[in-house]
Design a protein around this ligand. Structure first.
Ligand SMILES: [Cu+2]
Length: 270
């Protein structure tokens, strides 16, 4: 009987110790989250519980892929004349064309923003990692991109010339910033969902870019094959919209029941 009591006591102590140690780790993780500076030695011990912490509603496993076809004759894009700025001109050996309508060799359309317009439930964490909009060779890179509301947008000047980025939202706050030197960075945010928002450069009238701001991560932009991929969709009934700066929007409905892979194609006519 006495032996049994000692055994129970030892087991109980071990459990208490485990709980206490676990609690300490959670504290470390919380402090890490709060941005406290800690010695590097504790980083490895704090990393495990932080990574395991539930950060978001469980993302789904479905993928929606597809492409945006283009029918008809592709309008000729004008070659951009950069003569007004010697730096811009010197950056290009080959002609540079406007990106309003980029029809790929496989008869698809590049720079189409494809996103879930309706049907997303729950909330998704705002990425802390910035999206970069680079001014490089006197063009915006990328020309079209998606981001989440509240996510940092890093506007970078990679050119040795003055750029003036001018965002023209309707719901969000407008901004208009001169970046005279190479390497300059300005970080901005859009707080509200808005599609699209146009950017222009007040120095170089040929420079233009667009973003779409979303409350969720379910968006993509077609590439030089006209393809897009939206990942990690949970089950639901969704309206998927494709937006193009010249040809406007098209929508399609898709129902996700599990971790299925769905394919939907859009067709824009020239
Ligand atoms: Cu510029």
């Amino acid at each position: 009987m006495f032996k049994r009591a000692v055994y129970l006591c030892v087991v109980a102590s071990a459990v208490l110790c485990l709980l206490a140690c676990g609690g300490k780790k959670d504290e470390d993780a919380l402090m890490e989250d709060a941005g406290s500076s800690k010695p590097a030695a504790s980083a490895s011990t704090a990393a495990a519980p932080a990574a395991a912490a539930p950060a978001a509603p469980a993302a789904g496993g479905a993928t929606v892929t597809g492409k945006v076809n283009f029918e008809g004759a592709a309008p000729a894009m004008a070659a951009i004349k950069m003569d007004a700025d010697a730096f811009c001109k010197s950056e290009h050996k080959e002609p540079v064309y406007e990106q309003e309508v980029v029809v790929n060799p496989n008869k698809t359309l590049e720079w189409v923003l494809v996103y879930v317009k309706e049907g997303v439930t729950g909330t998704y964490p705002v990425p802390t990692e910035a999206i970069t909009l680079d001014q490089h060779g006197c063009q915006y890179r990328p020309h079209v991109f998606g981001m989440q509301a509240g996510q940092p947008l890093k506007v970078l000047n990679s050119d040795g010339t003055l750029h003036n980025i001018h965002a023209l939202p309707k719901k969000n706050a407008e901004f208009n910033i001169g970046q005279p030197f190479k390497g300059m960075e300005t970080v901005k945010k859009f707080d509200s969902v808005e599609v699209p928002i146009r950017f222009k450069c007040d120095v170089h009238k040929w420079m233009g870019a667009y973003t779409g701001v979303f409350s969720h991560p379910f968006f993509a932009v077609t590439n030089d094959q006209g393809a897009f991929e939206i990942k990690n969709l949970p089950p639901g009934n969704y309206v998927i919209e494709a937006w193009h700066e010249k040809y406007g929007t098209q929508t399609q409905n898709v129902t996700i029941t599990g971790t299925d892979a769905k394919t939907i194609d859009f067709n824009f006519k020239g």
